[in-house]
Ligand binder design. Structure first.
Ligand code: F6P
Length: 340
């Protein structure tokens, strides 16, 4: 068989581990030809392909980013995009396409699959918001990076009796803010799942500082949302597409806390650091398992499914479960923070 592989959307650590598994399992175990397409669906539409064999993936397990490059592009949103996919499938004599991506890329794969082209998905995003899988590739590494950074901020916060605000990534869901916040003992965690009242937060910080804990750590997801009707100026935190502008939510929260408490309040925006560098062992393990499951499923003629982690098992589930949906942080995890 001739199997295509592409990586779409934001990059993350672990993508190369998944590509490596697809290539090694596909060529050695199944005797397939694996054809990589550069820069996600954009490269696919441009026919920008590169054959991949074991030599091409040697040493890539530990590398961050994606050796194929990536882009934010969806064929069904491009004029004639789905027809162009068919042309490339026929021209390259492809038997299936494996798409590694977040909800947007997987939704695009589902639309391509509806035209009859066999597609298989693998979920990745540091935001961990792909519905249908317990964890996506990249989240464990981002959580480790954010936790390590917040741990370090404790010492400078304590030395200066300051409030340290740490903005982390998370457009629509607060997995990194909540999980890294819990893991690093943050005092306040602001996530999109729980709209916040800046006045209540400021009073809570004042109580903490008057109890001699003269410093506070506040983790803020870039997509955190103020509760309606609270005294908040959210002007300028989002762009015209409705996506958060990196650093803006953190800056607004920092200014608001300092104005209300009078305490020195400083901002750290972790930004793209959370998406860089070598994947953790857990992400390498997850990505390898998902890559193997995906190429095995493609070999069996499975289509319109993606490799999902359910508990400790990898299961092939309908792409529709992920397409255009978000996995928000559930209440039982949000409740862990209460009282800590
Ligand atoms: O991949 C998810 C993500 O990292 C979000 O957390 C972040 O808001 C977004 O991508 C940034 O997108 P871009 O890399 O296109 O600036």
């Amino acid at each position: 068989m001739r199997i295509a592989v592409l990586t779409g959307g934001g990059d993350c650590p672990g993508l190369n581990a998944a590509i490596r598994a697809i290539v090694k399992r596909g060529t050695t175990e199944h005797g397939h030809s694996i054809i990589g397409f550069r820069d996600g669906w954009r490269g696919f539409l441009d026919g920008d392909s590169v054959p991949l064999d074991r030599n091409d993936v040697r040493g890539t397990l530990v590398l961050g980013g994606t050796m194929l490059g990536t882009a934010r592009c969806h064929p069904h949103e491009e004029p004639g995009g789905l027809e162009r996919v068919q042309e490339i499938v026929e021209g390259e004599k492809l038997d299936a396409i494996i798409c590694i991506g977040g909800d947007g890329t997987l939704n695009a794969a589902s639309k391509v699959g509806e035209t009859g082209v066999p597609v298989i998905g693998i979920p990745k995003t540091i935001d961990n918001d792909v519905a249908g899988t317990d964890v996506s590739i990249g989240f464990d590494t981002a959580m480790m990076i954010a936790t390590e950074a917040i741990d370090r901020l404790h010492s400078t916060a304590e030395s200066h009796n300051r409030v340290m605000v740490v903005e982390v990534m998370g457009r629509h869901c607060g997995w990194i803010a909540v999980c890294a916040g819990i893991a690093s003992g943050a005092d306040i965690i602001l996530a999109p799942e729980e709209p916040f009242d800046i006045d209540k937060i400021s009073k809570s910080i004042q109580r903490r500082h008057h109890r001699q804990q003269g410093f506070s750590i506040v983790t803020v997801a870039e997509g955190a949302t103020p509760a309606k009707g609270t005294s908040w100026d959210s002007e300028g935190t989002h762009n015209d597409k409705g996506n958060p502008i990196a650093g803006e939510m953190g800056a607004h929260v920092t200014r608001a806390i300092e104005a209300r408490t009078g305490f020195e309040t400083r901002l750290t925006v972790l930004g793209y650091v959370q998406r860089g560098g070598t994947p953790t062992p857990r992400d390498r393990f997850l990505a390898t398992r998902m890559g193997v499951a995906a190429i095995d499923a493609a070999t069996e003629g499975v289509t319109q499914k993606f490799a999902a982690l359910r508990g400790e098992k990898i299961k092939m589930v309908d792409l529709k479960e992920a397409a255009g949906k978000s996995q928000r942080v559930p209440k039982d995890i949000l409740d862990v923070v209460r009282g800590l």
